[in-house]
Design a protein around this ligand. Structure first.
Ligand SMILES: [Zn+2]
Length: 398
């Protein structure tokens, strides 16, 4: 276990001009407010569908199209909830897209955005309807080993998705190609060797067809594991300028060092194992809760095997997700701080680390004056100024 210093966030004016801070905050705050409004609306809609007479009548009406055939009723009830949620969420998504377009962050038109949105909803639909229908129908028919078999299936499903996601789902949204041979590729593979991280390939995603935002990530497990860099991040990668300031290729190297640190500390593996365990526990909790008479009364169902259990299950999942968010995001922030620190230790280049944070913040319009409560609840990464403070801390130590 390495000690990861996490000094308090510095003042944004220590690394950004007043104009830069204002431009970022003016973009980030309304987006956040509307994001929260969308999230709250989604929860309210779910609650209305699960807990109120008129909401349940809508779901029952749609499910009724399948007559008394239980599997059809389960699937239609779930589709009804997802369709209402998608319809209510769409204006919020379009608003976010329009803000990106105004800020010059979107590189596609509304049509392209809607196609991507529909693809995302379709993937979510398949990944919700199938497991949810399996759970409800399983509860109806009680196969041998129930409910442990349900928990095991849920955990296995999460693991399978982590392995298959990069090859089945990610290509639906982006094209990936190996980073072209050349000095940058050689430098990154050398970096991987130094960090003793076996990496088959560094892939470039064609994110520029959608956005000007810059990003990189690692995903997949075992043979599907990959480091992915947005082509937008590579756009400025060139040689070091004569004044010695950090170059584009130094920045890419630092970002990739951060991603390789995730690989080295198995962050994706542990994140997946945690998610699988959480899925198993959630299924057992749902089965136990649906056995309670007050829960059945509140949701207007006869039990988990009720074909109309979908709205209640999805509401429980949403509330559970909200309750788990602070824990999950705290763990994520810790892993991100560790990856940042490892990247500093490997590259020994805090100036580039600060340059990267500045670039990420400016190009992605990060919230440079974040709300503390929102950070605690939802932030997957430390704030820009906490990450910059950490780089300065490393520089002071060396
Ligand atoms: Zn990271």
């Amino acid at each position: 276990m390495i000690a990861v210093p996490r000094p308090p966030a510095a003042d944004p004016l220590a690394a950004f001009t007043e104009d830069e801070v204002r431009a970022c905050v003016d973009y980030a705050k309304p987006r956040q407010r509307w994001g929260l409004a969308g999230y709250g609306t989604d929860l309210l809609v779910l609650a209305a569908l699960a807990l109120t007479g008129p909401g349940r009548a809508v779901v029952r009406g749609v499910a009724g199209l399948a007559g008394t055939w239980a599997p059809g009723r389960v699937v239609l009830a779930t589709l009804a909830v997802l369709a209402v949620r998608a319809g209510v969420g769409l204006p919020f998504s379009i608003r976010a897209f329009r803000q990106d377009a105004r800020a010059g962050l979107a590189t596609q038109g509304l049509g392209g955005f809607l196609r991507d949105w529909a693809k995302g909803r379709a993937v979510g639909l398949v990944l919700t309807v199938l497991p949810l229908a399996a759970l409800v129908l399983g509860a109806r028919w009680q196969p041998p080993g129930w409910p442990l078999v349900a928990a095991a299936v849920a955990a296995l499903l999460v693991l399978a998705l982590a392995v298959a996601g990069p090859v089945l789902i990610e290509p639906l949204f982006n094209r990936f190609s190996p980073l072209d041979p050349g000095p940058l590729r050689a430098r990154l593979l050398e970096l991987a060797a130094t960090m003793r991280v076996p990496v088959g390939d560094v892939l470039v995603a064609d994110a520029s067809r959608r956005t000007t935002r810059v990003n990189a990530y690692v995903s997949g497990l075992g043979r599907t594991r990959r480091v992915v860099v947005y082509d937008t991040l590579l756009a400025a990668a060139g040689p070091r300028p004569p004044d010695g300031s950090s170059s584009g290729s130094d920045e890419v190297t630092l970002v990739v060092a951060h991603e390789l640190a995730h690989v080295r500390h198995r962050d994706v593996l542990w994140g997946t194992v945690g998610a699988a365990a959480l899925a198993a526990v959630s299924v057992l909790a749902a089965i136990a809760l649906f056995d309670l008479a007050p829960v059945q009364r509140a949701l207007g169902v006869t039990g988990l095997g009720d074909p109309l259990a979908a709205p209640g299950l999805l509401l429980l999942a949403a509330v559970g997700g909200l309750a788990a968010a602070p824990v999950a995001s705290a763990i994520s922030r810790w892993a991100e701080a560790r990856a940042d620190w490892v990247a500093l230790e490997v590259t020994r280049d805090p100036a580039t680390a600060v340059a990267v944070e500045r670039r990420l913040a400016l190009e992605n319009r990060a919230d440079l004056r974040p709300n503390r409560l929102l950070m605690v609840m939802f932030a997957s990464h430390p704030t820009t100024m906490a990450r910059i403070a950490q780089a300065w801390h490393w520089a002071e130590r060396h």
